[in-house]
Design a protein around this ligand. Structure first.
Ligand code: PLP
Length: 454
């Protein structure tokens, strides 16, 4: 094998042949890509030997940290026995059967059926089709419109990108597709004006319900939403938002899809974010933490209400992927669930390491440049501000968030920038000492960004 090892040589090859997702190739190649070579526990090591604390669990997914022998062994064993078989033509295999059963045990009680995909995006596109198919089957074919939210992210396939509320994505490729209406997001710091967080939460929920009433509830099929908006900047809604919205959706018989791609599998200190928010969704979108990111896998949790209609009246649902229920991916998911249960990981996030990090993280808001610092479980964000009292931001051209992200990387901590909001979602296995290191590096980054902005 012809291996190239030096950072400069790898960068040159990357620039010559690799097109990166969500990246401006010219900017990247001018700056030079950072090459991550290995990882262990909660640390990454780059090609220059720098050790970096991974505050983002890869891309919100490496929940159990790196190098878990149990997952590697389970995948290797499965690869030896049956590396691939499909689940299309009246066939199945042990790992996908076992995983379906285990998911029925850990998800809220209304979920007892699961469909598998390769990613969160594919799962959301699958739900998009299933929802319309369901309403058709139960004799309400006019219920076709989907509600989702501005600034939300639900993936990059055509329906998922359309459901997302990011204008940069809509500008490319003629999106959104028809039949999707975007409602406001419950982002109090940025959009709450003079209202208290609780009044604002109610206000946004009612605005959403008013939009539905204007379209006509008999035409609205479902609403897609994350319990906590992740890629939109970790927007934790005011406490009033979900109770008002979920009650109104039920009254209007609008299905709720809880996109749990980030919030699922323990991230919020509950198995699923809908349990934290006390909503009763009809579908859940699953991916990322389902395998702790070791192998790509997505799933759709289908509630009894929907499944019973499909089972009673459905024909063949003409949808599926080659890798739906890939045996090695299912083996990785089963090993992930084993670790989560044997190490009581969700309780650890809820009662122990979550609160320990939350308290320190929230105190970052004492800095004059930090408008708010919030966290649930192990998902949080802080907001850089120009004026704390007036809740104003710097002009976008100042690129405060990107500067902070680069300082943070150089300090040995991965934080992601969403505009001027810095987000973290560290692996659940981080120790108290690693929390202290994370906070010290985040503080150092804030001080450097403060100096940079003056
Ligand atoms: N939904 C949410 C909430 C996400 O955060 C993401 C990805 O970050 C997706 C869907 C898409 O998942 P994937 O990248 O696996 O397609």
């Amino acid at each position: 094998m012809n291996t190239v090892r030096t950072t400069a040589a790898l960068r040159a090859l990357d620039a010559a042949h690799h097109l990166h997702p969500f990246t401006n190739a010219r900017e990247l190649n001018a700056q030079g890509v950072r090459i991550i070579e290995s990882a262990r526990g909660v640390y990454l090591t780059d090609s220059d030997g720098q050790k970096i604390l991974d505050g983002m669990s890869g891309l919100w997914c490496s929940t159990l940290g790196y190098g878990r022998r149990e997952i590697l062994d389970a995948v290797t064993k499965q690869m030896e026995v049956l590396p691939f078989y499909n689940t299309f033509f009246k066939t199945s295999h042990p790992p996908v059967i076992q995983l379906s059963k285990r998911l029925a045990e850990v998800t809220p009680s209304q979920f007892n059926h699961f469909m598998f995909t390769g990613s969160g995006s594919e799962s959301n596109d699958t739900i998009f089709r299933l929802v319309r198919y369901y309403w058709d089957l139960v004799g309400q074919p006019d219920k076709t419109v989907f509600i989702s939210r501005h600034n939300s992210y639900h993936g990059s396939t055509v329906a998922a990108a359309s459901l997302g509320g990011l204008s940069a994505m809509h500008k490319q490729g003629g999106l959104p597709i028809p039949g999707i209406v975007h409602a406001p997001q419950p982002a109090w710091w940025a959009e709450g004006g003079d209202m208290s967080p609780d009044s604002f939460g109610l206000h946004v929920a009612r605005q959403t319900l008013d939009m539905i009433d204007e379209i006509g509830a008999d035409k609205v099929a479902a609403m897609f939403a994350e319990p906590i908006q992740g890629a939109g900047g970790v927007i934790i809604p005011p406490a009033t938002y979900w109770p008002e919205l979920s009650k109104g959706l039920k009254e209007r018989d609008i299905l709720l899809i809880s996109d749990e791609v980030i919030c699922g599998f323990g991230r919020t200190g509950h198995w699923f974010g809908c349990e934290l928010m006390n909503t009763q969704p009809d579908f859940m979108t699953l991916a990322k933490g389902i395998t702790s990111g070791y192998i790509p896998l997505g799933a759709v949790a289908v509630s009894d209400r929907i499944a019973s209609a499909l089972l009673a009246h459905g024909d063949e649902f003409a949808h599926g992927f080659t890798y739906s229920g890939h045996p090695a991916a299912c083996a990785a998911a089963l090993a992930t669930l084993d670790i989560m249960q044997s190490e009581d990981v969700v309780r650890r996030v809820h009662d122990d390491i979550g609160p320990y990090l939350q308290e320190k993280w929230r105190s970052l808001a004492e800095h004059p440049m930090i408008g708010e610092a919030t966290m649930e479980g192990l998902i949080g964000s802080f907001q850089f501000c120009a004026d704390k009292q007036a809740r104003t931001t710097f002009p976008a051209s100042a690129n405060i968030g990107l500067a902070a992200r680069d300082f943070s990387f150089d300090n040995g901590l991965v934080m992601r920038a969403v505009g001027d909001r810095m987000v973290i979602a560290p692996p659940f296995v981080l120790s108290r000492g690693e929390v202290d290191e994370l906070i010290s590096k985040a503080s150092q980054t804030i001080d450097q960004t403060y100096q940079h902005a003056r």
